[in-house]
Design a protein around this ligand. Structure first.
Ligand code: AKG
Ligand code: FE2
Length: 315
């Protein structure tokens, strides 16, 4: 649970850094699960002649380096969500027991419960971000999961139907997030309203509303988290270091309220009133994503974006 002082800080500053939240054991299991998953994809790429070196002896990072050098789509197979468009029956995503254990990790849920209560739904607006040194990334790569993230409020990333939803973002450092590798930046003391955003290469706050001189960095060590209020402007600068920056961002809202992405699956992560409704089986979570993928592959496109190019401030 959070202390009264931490809750007060979150409520006034709009964000809170908490170190040492994810148990080292779980972090290690996540790394092992990702290692195994990438090894599978890499072995297939090798069999198809897309990468020259066999997987044996290559670390996780070596495999990513080679996949990037070969210009392969290495990111989507590692993400814990589907992309917003062009979903087919084969679109890969990562759904494993360790990833599920992160979504339902009690030390995280305890902190979220301190902020929005004990009826918690895990929302499908969830991602892994694995950011290579930005100078090495293809110039046409715009995804905020791989390169710098533009200023935005998370409220602006969901649809209007979730504008009243009580939601908290939990940003999790898998390796140390520092200024040089592009940790989060936030503008504290958020406004009571959402600012206008524009559909640029990423959903981006209209520049006039970004008070960059008030921005602060939110570095955090591996296993630490940053809790973010949905109206707190935040971004992440480029990774200028020589190594990868790895994080997850996951979200919880009060059960029964819209997640803002109804075509993707949510589940009850904690219920103090009715614990039997909590999802405990990672395979059910995986099945829900596969079902959503099948439905999306065979149904008309559902736009996840609410901002228009001709909105005020977007010209
Ligand atoms: O890690 C990043 O680059 C951005 C994360 C973010 O926008 C979020 O967690 O909501
Ligand atoms: Fe965000």
């Amino acid at each position: 649970m959070l202390t009264a002082k931490q809750i007060e800080t979150f409520n006034t500053q709009g964000y809170l850094v908490v170190e040492d939240v994810v148990e080292p054991d779980l972090l290690a299991r996540i790394q092992a699960e990702y290692d195994a998953s990438l090894a599978q994809h890499y072995t297939r790429w090798h069999a198809e002649g897309l990468v020259a070196d066999p997987a044996e002896g290559l670390s996780f990072w070596d495999k990513l380096d080679r996949a990037r050098a070969a210009n392969l789509e290495w990111f989507q197979p590692l993400d814990i969500s589907l992309p917003h468009a062009d979903i087919t029956e084969d679109t890969p995503l990562h759904t494993g027991p360790a990833a599920f254990d992160l979504l339902t990790h009690d030390p995280i849920l305890d902190r979220i419960e301190s902020l929005i209560g004990g009826e918690l739904t895990s929302t499908p607006i969830q991602h892994v971000r694995i950011k290579p040194p930005e100078r090495e990334v293809q110039r046409d790569e715009v995804r905020a999961h791989i390169v710098a993230t533009a200023w935005h409020q998370d409220r602006g990333v969901g649809l209007e139907e979730a504008d009243q939803t009580e939601m908290v973002t939990c940003w999790i450092a898998v390796n140390d997030a520092r200024i040089d590798n592009g940790c989060l930046q936030v503008i504290p003391n958020p406004p009571a309203e959402m600012y206008p955003h524009c559909p640029r290469t990423q959903t981006t706050m209209v520049e006039a509303f970004v008070e960059e001189d008030r921005a602060v960095y939110a570095p955090v060590k591996a296993g630490g988290i940053v809790l973010i209020h949905p109206l707190t402007p935040h971004c992440a600068a480029a990774n200028t270091s020589d190594g990868y920056r790895w994080s997850f961002d996951i979200r919880y809202n009060v059960t029964g309220q819209p997640t803002g992405r109804a075509q993707f699956p949510d589940f009850i992560a904690r219920s103090r009133a009715n614990p039997r409704t909590e999802l405990r089986d990672w395979r059910t979570w995986q099945d829900m994503w596969h079902q959503a993928r099948s439905t999306a592959a065979t149904s008309p496109y559902i736009d996840q974006h609410r901002w228009q190019h001709d909105s005020p401030g977007c010209a």
